[in-house]
Design a protein around this ligand. Structure first.
Ligand SMILES: Nc1ncnc2c1ncn2[C@@H]1O[C@H](COP(=O)(O)OP(=O)(O)OP(=O)(O)O)[C@@H](O)[C@H]1O
Length: 231
């Protein structure tokens, strides 16, 4: 069974086609990266299973079930939690409230406020302050904590390193490795190879809305890296 699988998916915004026959799959406890430069369609992969982009051809499996219509909560109910690009911390809500929002759309399981606070102690210290008052790195931790509150089998991270200092990216890499070691599948969408290298085992390269290469990370060539990823 796949946690998430695309088979030959074409996805559109209105009449504009962005994904062209995209196929990939992620099995339980895998750590997979989707690599590619700006504008190649990485976020559209996420938008396709969140129901934001429209799928006109192909199929998507969520937790082993083929779905054709997506609502924003379909993925969360299937055990897939997304940490969106730009974090999307809800303004006007405290850190605690942002976290509870994650639980509202998810499944029951081992993650709760206390466990997220143990993972990110800064969130406990500042639980009642607005989420948007945090630094960029702390907001990323809040976005990850919020996703974990949904008790996912697969955590989808859309450019989590964007705009963060290298020392914070190092911290995130450790966190992702820890979560993966505890059995959470990871889909890391990135152009920062430093993070990918430390987290993923397998990769897909996306270019102009198409998967042009896939394989084990250990076999990724320098040429592919230079052309499609920032090193
Ligand atoms: N909501 C939308 N409506 C219309 N077009 C969109 C929308 N979102 C993205 N696009 C277009 O789809 C294409 C792919 O964008 P996407 O965000 O998937 O790329 P990306 O690889 O994630 O890039 P980035 O790293 O810059 O986020 C771009 O040409 C973009 O302008």
């Amino acid at each position: 069974m796949s946690l998430l699988a695309f088979r030959d998916v074409d996805a559109y915004y209105g009449r504009a086609q962005v994904l062209h026959g995209v196929t990939f799959d992620i099995r339980p406890e895998e750590r997979v990266a989707i690599l590619g430069r700006n504008g190649v369609g990485k976020t559209t992969v996420v938008n396709a299973f969140l129901g934001i982009a429209t799928i006109r051809r192909g199929e998507v499996d969520l937790a082993g079930r083929t779905a054709s219509r997506f609502q924003h909560f379909t993925a969360a109910r299937s055990g897939i939690a997304v940490v969106p690009q730009g974090r999307r911390i809800i303004p006007g809500l405290s850190i605690r409230e942002n976290l509870l929002l994650g639980a509202a759309v998810g499944r029951r399981g081992g993650w709760n406020l206390e466990r997220v606070f143990d993972l990110f102690p800064i969130l406990r210290e500042r639980a009642d302050t607005p989420g948007t008052a945090l630094s960029g790195g702390q907001q990323q931790m809040l976005a990850i904590g919020r996703a974990l509150m949904a008790n996912p089998s697969l955590l989808v991270l859309d450019e989590p390193s964007e705009g963060l200092a290298p020392v914070i990216v190092d911290e995130l890499a450790e966190i992702f490795r820890r979560l993966a070691a505890e059995g959470t599948g990871i889909l890391l969408i990135e152009q920062n190879f430093g993070l990918v290298r430390r987290v993923a085992d397998r990769y897909y390269v996306l270019s102009k809305g198409t998967v042009i290469e896939a394989g084990e990370l250990a076999g990724l060539s320098m040429e592919t890296l230079k052309r499609h990823v920032a090193v």
